[in-house]
Design a binder for this molecule. Structure first.
Ligand SMILES: Nc1ncnc2c1ncn2[C@@H]1O[C@H](COP(=O)(O)OP(=O)(O)OP(=O)(O)O)[C@@H](O)[C@H]1O
Ligand SMILES: [Mg+2]
Length: 238
Protein backbone atom coordinates (compact mmCIF):
# COMPACT_ATOMS: atom_id res chain seq x y z
CA UNK A 1 0.00 0.00 0.00
CA UNK A 2 1.32 3.49 -0.87
CA UNK A 3 2.07 5.40 2.34
CA UNK A 4 -0.01 8.50 2.97
CA UNK A 5 3.18 10.40 3.76
CA UNK A 6 6.66 9.30 2.72
CA UNK A 7 9.62 11.47 3.75
CA UNK A 8 13.13 10.71 2.50
CA UNK A 9 16.36 12.48 3.50
CA UNK A 10 14.55 15.65 4.56
CA UNK A 11 16.67 18.53 5.80
CA UNK A 12 15.97 22.14 6.73
CA UNK A 13 17.35 25.01 8.76
CA UNK A 14 17.74 28.75 9.05
CA UNK A 15 20.61 31.00 7.95
CA UNK A 16 22.77 28.10 6.79
CA UNK A 17 22.50 26.12 10.04
CA UNK A 18 20.76 22.72 9.90
CA UNK A 19 17.90 22.23 12.34
CA UNK A 20 16.91 18.82 10.95
CA UNK A 21 18.81 16.62 8.52
CA UNK A 22 18.48 13.18 6.95
CA UNK A 23 14.91 12.72 8.25
CA UNK A 24 13.21 9.66 6.73
CA UNK A 25 9.96 7.98 7.73
CA UNK A 26 6.68 6.89 6.18
CA UNK A 27 3.16 6.89 7.58
CA UNK A 28 0.51 4.47 6.37
CA UNK A 29 -3.22 5.11 6.34
CA UNK A 30 -4.86 5.11 9.76
CA UNK A 31 -1.61 5.46 11.73
CA UNK A 32 -1.44 7.99 14.54
CA UNK A 33 2.17 9.12 14.91
CA UNK A 34 3.60 11.38 17.62
CA UNK A 35 6.76 13.42 17.00
CA UNK A 36 8.44 14.11 20.31
CA UNK A 37 11.43 16.27 21.12
CA UNK A 38 12.57 18.97 23.49
CA UNK A 39 12.01 22.70 22.90
CA UNK A 40 13.79 23.68 19.72
CA UNK A 41 14.35 20.08 18.57
CA UNK A 42 12.89 20.97 15.17
CA UNK A 43 9.34 19.60 15.39
CA UNK A 44 7.71 22.70 13.91
CA UNK A 45 10.47 22.99 11.30
CA UNK A 46 9.73 19.40 10.23
CA UNK A 47 5.97 19.93 10.03
CA UNK A 48 6.40 23.23 8.17
CA UNK A 49 8.76 21.53 5.72
CA UNK A 50 5.95 19.11 4.78
CA UNK A 51 3.75 22.12 3.95
CA UNK A 52 6.55 24.12 2.31
CA UNK A 53 6.20 26.90 4.86
CA UNK A 54 9.46 28.76 5.58
CA UNK A 55 12.80 27.93 3.99
CA UNK A 56 12.62 25.26 1.25
CA UNK A 57 13.67 21.82 2.47
CA UNK A 58 16.10 19.38 0.91
CA UNK A 59 15.06 15.78 0.28
CA UNK A 60 11.83 14.23 -0.87
CA UNK A 61 8.28 14.42 0.45
CA UNK A 62 5.58 12.23 -1.12
CA UNK A 63 1.89 12.58 -0.31
CA UNK A 64 -0.03 9.50 -1.43
CA UNK A 65 2.85 8.86 -3.83
CA UNK A 66 2.93 12.38 -5.31
CA UNK A 67 6.02 14.59 -4.81
CA UNK A 68 5.01 17.78 -2.98
CA UNK A 69 8.30 19.24 -1.70
CA UNK A 70 8.36 22.20 -4.10
CA UNK A 71 4.64 22.87 -4.38
CA UNK A 72 3.06 26.03 -2.98
CA UNK A 73 1.41 25.49 0.42
CA UNK A 74 -2.16 26.00 -0.80
CA UNK A 75 -1.74 23.24 -3.37
CA UNK A 76 -0.38 20.84 -0.77
CA UNK A 77 -3.38 21.63 1.44
CA UNK A 78 -5.75 20.91 -1.45
CA UNK A 79 -4.20 17.47 -1.85
CA UNK A 80 -5.79 16.42 1.42
CA UNK A 81 -3.49 17.37 4.25
CA UNK A 82 -4.34 19.93 6.93
CA UNK A 83 -2.15 21.68 9.49
CA UNK A 84 -3.42 22.71 12.91
CA UNK A 85 -0.62 25.20 13.64
CA UNK A 86 1.15 25.82 16.93
CA UNK A 87 -0.39 28.80 18.76
CA UNK A 88 -3.67 28.62 16.79
CA UNK A 89 -4.25 32.37 16.43
CA UNK A 90 -6.92 31.90 13.77
CA UNK A 91 -9.38 34.67 12.99
CA UNK A 92 -10.23 36.34 16.34
CA UNK A 93 -12.62 38.85 14.73
CA UNK A 94 -14.87 36.18 13.16
CA UNK A 95 -17.72 34.31 14.81
CA UNK A 96 -17.27 30.57 15.26
CA UNK A 97 -19.75 29.69 12.49
CA UNK A 98 -18.02 32.12 10.09
CA UNK A 99 -14.61 30.66 10.82
CA UNK A 100 -15.98 27.15 10.18
CA UNK A 101 -17.74 28.25 6.99
CA UNK A 102 -14.48 29.76 5.72
CA UNK A 103 -12.76 26.40 6.13
CA UNK A 104 -15.42 24.71 3.98
CA UNK A 105 -14.52 27.06 1.10
CA UNK A 106 -11.09 25.46 0.79
CA UNK A 107 -12.51 21.94 0.83
CA UNK A 108 -11.48 19.34 -1.70
CA UNK A 109 -14.15 17.67 -3.79
CA UNK A 110 -13.27 14.04 -3.08
CA UNK A 111 -12.74 12.78 0.44
CA UNK A 112 -12.59 9.48 2.25
CA UNK A 113 -13.96 11.34 5.31
CA UNK A 114 -16.82 13.56 4.16
CA UNK A 115 -17.35 16.27 6.73
CA UNK A 116 -19.97 19.04 6.83
CA UNK A 117 -20.97 21.84 9.21
CA UNK A 118 -23.70 19.49 10.49
CA UNK A 119 -21.33 16.61 11.23
CA UNK A 120 -18.90 19.04 12.86
CA UNK A 121 -21.63 20.40 15.15
CA UNK A 122 -22.54 16.80 16.07
CA UNK A 123 -18.94 15.91 16.78
CA UNK A 124 -18.23 19.16 18.68
CA UNK A 125 -21.47 20.15 20.47
CA UNK A 126 -19.51 22.86 22.28
CA UNK A 127 -18.83 24.61 18.95
CA UNK A 128 -22.55 24.47 18.15
CA UNK A 129 -23.32 26.16 21.48
CA UNK A 130 -20.66 28.77 20.75
CA UNK A 131 -21.46 29.23 17.05
CA UNK A 132 -22.34 32.93 17.43
CA UNK A 133 -19.41 33.73 19.73
CA UNK A 134 -16.42 35.72 18.50
CA UNK A 135 -13.40 33.44 18.16
CA UNK A 136 -11.42 35.91 20.31
CA UNK A 137 -13.75 35.10 23.23
CA UNK A 138 -13.30 31.32 23.14
CA UNK A 139 -11.41 29.49 25.86
CA UNK A 140 -8.10 27.87 24.94
CA UNK A 141 -9.74 24.43 24.75
CA UNK A 142 -12.59 25.71 22.59
CA UNK A 143 -10.13 27.43 20.29
CA UNK A 144 -8.24 24.18 19.85
CA UNK A 145 -11.53 22.39 19.04
CA UNK A 146 -12.25 25.07 16.45
CA UNK A 147 -8.81 24.66 14.86
CA UNK A 148 -9.32 20.91 14.67
CA UNK A 149 -12.83 21.28 13.25
CA UNK A 150 -11.53 23.68 10.59
CA UNK A 151 -8.89 21.12 9.58
CA UNK A 152 -11.58 18.41 9.25
CA UNK A 153 -13.80 20.71 7.16
CA UNK A 154 -11.10 20.99 4.50
CA UNK A 155 -11.85 17.26 3.93
CA UNK A 156 -8.25 16.39 4.72
CA UNK A 157 -7.40 12.73 5.29
CA UNK A 158 -4.01 13.48 6.90
CA UNK A 159 -4.28 15.77 9.92
CA UNK A 160 -1.05 17.38 11.18
CA UNK A 161 -1.16 18.99 14.62
CA UNK A 162 1.64 21.12 16.06
CA UNK A 163 1.62 20.94 19.89
CA UNK A 164 -2.16 21.21 20.32
CA UNK A 165 -1.83 20.92 24.12
CA UNK A 166 0.38 24.01 24.39
CA UNK A 167 -1.10 26.58 26.75
CA UNK A 168 -4.11 24.43 27.67
CA UNK A 169 -5.12 23.70 31.26
CA UNK A 170 -4.65 20.03 32.25
CA UNK A 171 -8.43 19.63 32.49
CA UNK A 172 -8.95 20.93 28.94
CA UNK A 173 -6.31 18.48 27.69
CA UNK A 174 -7.92 15.55 29.51
CA UNK A 175 -11.59 16.34 28.90
CA UNK A 176 -11.56 18.04 25.48
CA UNK A 177 -8.39 17.50 23.46
CA UNK A 178 -7.51 13.89 24.29
CA UNK A 179 -11.02 12.48 23.58
CA UNK A 180 -11.18 14.35 20.26
CA UNK A 181 -7.77 13.07 19.17
CA UNK A 182 -8.82 9.53 20.11
CA UNK A 183 -11.99 9.98 18.06
CA UNK A 184 -9.90 10.93 15.02
CA UNK A 185 -7.83 7.80 15.47
CA UNK A 186 -10.95 5.63 15.79
CA UNK A 187 -12.51 7.25 12.72
CA UNK A 188 -9.49 6.09 10.72
CA UNK A 189 -7.86 9.47 10.13
CA UNK A 190 -4.12 9.47 9.61
CA UNK A 191 -2.61 11.75 12.24
CA UNK A 192 0.84 13.31 12.69
CA UNK A 193 1.14 15.05 16.03
CA UNK A 194 4.07 17.07 17.40
CA UNK A 195 3.90 17.21 21.18
CA UNK A 196 5.84 17.96 24.32
CA UNK A 197 3.06 16.51 26.46
CA UNK A 198 4.24 12.90 26.57
CA UNK A 199 1.19 11.60 28.45
CA UNK A 200 -1.15 12.97 25.78
CA UNK A 201 1.03 11.68 22.95
CA UNK A 202 1.16 8.19 24.44
CA UNK A 203 -2.59 8.16 25.01
CA UNK A 204 -3.46 8.96 21.39
CA UNK A 205 -0.54 7.75 19.24
CA UNK A 206 0.20 4.25 17.99
CA UNK A 207 3.79 5.12 17.14
CA UNK A 208 6.44 7.49 18.48
CA UNK A 209 9.23 9.30 16.63
CA UNK A 210 11.83 11.20 18.67
CA UNK A 211 13.78 14.10 17.19
CA UNK A 212 17.09 14.94 18.82
CA UNK A 213 20.35 16.48 17.53
CA UNK A 214 18.75 17.11 14.12
CA UNK A 215 17.97 13.39 13.60
CA UNK A 216 15.37 10.78 14.30
CA UNK A 217 16.82 8.79 17.20
CA UNK A 218 13.78 6.59 17.89
CA UNK A 219 10.93 5.35 15.69
CA UNK A 220 8.82 2.51 17.06
CA UNK A 221 5.47 1.61 18.57
CA UNK A 222 4.11 3.37 21.64
CA UNK A 223 4.55 0.11 23.59
CA UNK A 224 8.28 -0.06 22.71
CA UNK A 225 8.67 3.59 23.68
CA UNK A 226 7.20 2.87 27.12
CA UNK A 227 9.86 0.15 27.62
CA UNK A 228 12.70 2.63 26.98
CA UNK A 229 13.13 4.86 30.03
CA UNK A 230 16.73 5.64 28.98
CA UNK A 231 15.61 7.20 25.70
CA UNK A 232 12.96 9.17 27.51
CA UNK A 233 15.47 10.47 30.06
CA UNK A 234 18.30 11.28 27.65
CA UNK A 235 16.35 12.85 24.83
CA UNK A 236 13.21 14.18 26.39
CA UNK A 237 14.55 15.13 29.81
CA UNK A 238 11.97 13.05 31.72
N1 LIG B 1 12.15 31.44 11.51
C1 LIG B 1 13.23 31.06 12.18
N2 LIG B 1 14.41 31.70 12.01
C2 LIG B 1 15.54 31.32 12.66
N3 LIG B 1 15.58 30.26 13.50
C3 LIG B 1 14.44 29.58 13.72
C4 LIG B 1 13.20 29.94 13.07
N4 LIG B 1 12.24 29.07 13.48
C5 LIG B 1 12.84 28.22 14.33
N5 LIG B 1 14.15 28.52 14.48
C6 LIG B 1 15.13 27.78 15.32
O1 LIG B 1 15.15 26.43 14.87
C7 LIG B 1 15.22 25.51 15.96
C8 LIG B 1 14.05 24.57 15.90
O2 LIG B 1 12.84 25.28 16.11
P1 LIG B 1 11.42 24.60 16.01
O3 LIG B 1 10.42 25.70 16.20
O4 LIG B 1 11.34 23.78 14.79
O5 LIG B 1 11.45 23.63 17.29
P2 LIG B 1 10.27 22.87 18.04
O6 LIG B 1 10.76 21.48 18.26
O7 LIG B 1 9.01 23.07 17.31
O8 LIG B 1 10.22 23.62 19.45
P3 LIG B 1 8.95 23.92 20.42
O9 LIG B 1 8.66 22.63 21.13
O10 LIG B 1 9.48 24.96 21.36
O11 LIG B 1 7.82 24.40 19.58
C9 LIG B 1 15.24 26.39 17.22
O12 LIG B 1 16.59 26.53 17.61
C10 LIG B 1 14.67 27.71 16.76
O13 LIG B 1 15.20 28.77 17.51
MG1 LIG C 1 7.20 23.92 17.75
Amino acid sequence: MTPVLDINGLGNGYGGADVISGISFAITEGESVAILGRNGAGKTTLLHSIFNIGPPCTGQVLLNGHPIARLPTYRIARMGVALVPQGRDGFPELRVRESLRLATLTARVASSHPCTMETIYQQFPRLYERRNTLCANLSGGERQMLALARALLTQASLIVLDEPSEGLAPMAIRDMLQPELLKLRNQGYTVLLAEQNIALALAVATRVIILSDRKIIFDDSTQEFRKNPDIQRMHLGL
